[in-house]
Design a protein around this ligand. Sequence first.
Ligand code: ADP
Ligand code: MG
Length: 731
Amino acid sequence: MSGLRFQVVGEAFKKNACPVEAPEGPSSAYFGKYTFGKEQMAKYLSKDTIKKVNDVIKNGKPLDRSIAEHVAAGMKQWAMELGATHYTHWFQPLTEGTAEKHDSFIEYAGAPGEGVIEEFSGKLLAQQEPDASSFPNGGLRNTFEARGYSAWDPTSPAFIVDDTLCIPTIFISYTGESLDYKAPLLKALSAVDKAAVDVCNYFDTNVKKVYSYLGWEQEYFLVDEGLYAARPDLLLTGRSLLGHESAKNQQLEDHYFGSIPERVQSFMKEVEFEAYKYGIPCKTRHNEVAPNQFELAPIFGETNLANDQNLMIMSIMKRIARKHGFRVLLHEKPFAGINGSGKHNNWSLGTDTGVGLLTPGKTPEENLQFVTFMVNILMAVYKNNAMLKASVMTAQNAHRLGANEAPPAIISAFLGTQLSEMLDKIESSSSEEGIVLDAKKKMQLGIGSIPEVLVDNTDRNRTSPFAFTGNRFEFRAVGSSANCASAMIAINTAVAAQLKEFKAAVDSKIAAGTAKEKAIFEVIKEYIKISKPIRFDGNGYSDAWKAEAAKRGLDCETSVPVIYDAYTTPQSVELFTKTGVFTEKELIARNEVKWDTYTKKIQIEARVLGDLIQSNIIPVAIKYQSMLLDNAKKMADIFGVEKAKELAAETMKRIEDISKHVSVLESSVDAMVEARKVANKIESEKDKAVAYHDNILPYFETIRYHADKLELLVDDEMWPLPKYRELLFIR
Ligand code: ADP
Ligand code: MG
């Protein structure tokens, strides 16, 4: 009998909600208390320093050393008053999550041994050299020049976790190549800012800056920690590699928006208290579609800051979950047969004059601006649909996109009927109809007014990977464990390049004597025509769409390692180099890292799966089979062989079935090990990843099928792994 499983199930059942102490006062009283934000700067920095820091933040002015010195002094004082003894540069290497190396503030006051003082200089704030030779770099640094620098990002506030002052930084190689997500994200944001300001100035010359906004929705599963510990697959890979579907899962749709279970509610509360301390404006929390699946979303913010906050919340969730006897699963598909987890990236652009560029306007000028941005985004998504897909693709997310029980891995854009009709109307109108100047030379836009709320809830298409939702696009293909920066780099860069191209086209028409509005209208019209194949309002989950998308020339590749090639096509290289976001060398290196990561993920899963089959599943199946054989033998002793055969026909069949399943498992695991040996010899990172995808991954399905059959056959009391019904319904 499997002791561990029954023990952990029993214990999990008895657990009560963990009490949570609310911080004093309303949320606003402690919001951002642990970040070095505006309020803290006002208290700890001089007016002059604040002005200079704001210049760096708002206007991208270079950072001068003397400011760093002043900021460091103020930050140190603030941090020490909150109990900090250490500091760290907090950065986002190309692995998952974030990295940090803590140093204490202490230095010898004088000669060694003569007492210590706390020190934190501008130099330490501005730059650090983590010994980072073992972070993935795709060959950008040989080990003998293993130096990588982390450099302060003043646009995201420093924060304190426990006793440590964390300073958000970029991470670059000695020769300046990005080794992280933040450095290229900042470049992409700057590129889209510049390109969008230029286009905005056609409509309003007061616009000096355009912000990219991100509002992420973090989906996740919670599993009791005891059950989690008894599942080596969850523990080591973040997802269940085995497990027969539970008789009940999400069919009744009774979990979605249902009342939040008590233990979970108390976890969520504490996560929010923590989030508020760090200035993360958590807004909504609710159950998701699948049992034990939940979601948390803040109010959107500037993309770089919002992304840092998402990385922080993921680590806060992990930490708090432990306190509540849970483990949080951020994997994109922890359980087969039920919904996976995404991280919808709500994305928009807005001006420093307070105008949302994806918000339909009230005047014809505003509407022309809205349509301009809308159509340029469609163009950008159309031209770069393969690269955008690559930006969200990982071994984990492949289970959500392009796999069994998942929508096809194809990027398309959903606009809704009203907006689609409007674009169709523009496309078919002559520019005379489109732009009319009245007697006072005031512009009239012949496309009618756009209702303020374009897309109501009933018109929401939940199957689109990139959907317009009234004032923003929702990039839904992003995975729950991802660093949003990857998707945000891709979309912002693509749109930046597109806007530049648009401006060049309009300017040349203006230079040839066409009136500005007319020139804009003509280019838009042409773009609407070209980008049409990316627009799709139908059911994105259907097979019909797969065929249709292929006909339209959209990228339909499903193999993750091959999808990454979209980053290094001549078109993508031009896109990223022209905008200054990546050099070709960086693109190549980052793909090397992606292939390597892919290989390792599948490799680990294959090993865990093989181990589970060989040391958990097969032994239990055989033990149970022996019991059946024993029973059959005893029947034969008592009733005689012929009579026993008749009486125990079902038992005999069960014995045979177990043998068949065990034999397929044995041969499949052996074959998978052999395939791995072959793949491991391959030199090229890409070819190795392709081999893992083509030759190893397919065994998973066969193995799982037979193991899950055994789960149904074998005595429940003997089954060693917590079952789906236990993982999904105990909370
Ligand atoms: P739903 O689940 O209906 O899509 P949520 O309220 O859960 O909506 O999440 C919507 C997210 O989009 C929130 O983070 C919200 O702040 C964000 N959001 C709203 N407007 C914008 C915008 N203009 N730009 C970017 N994000 C936005
Ligand atoms: Mg959403």
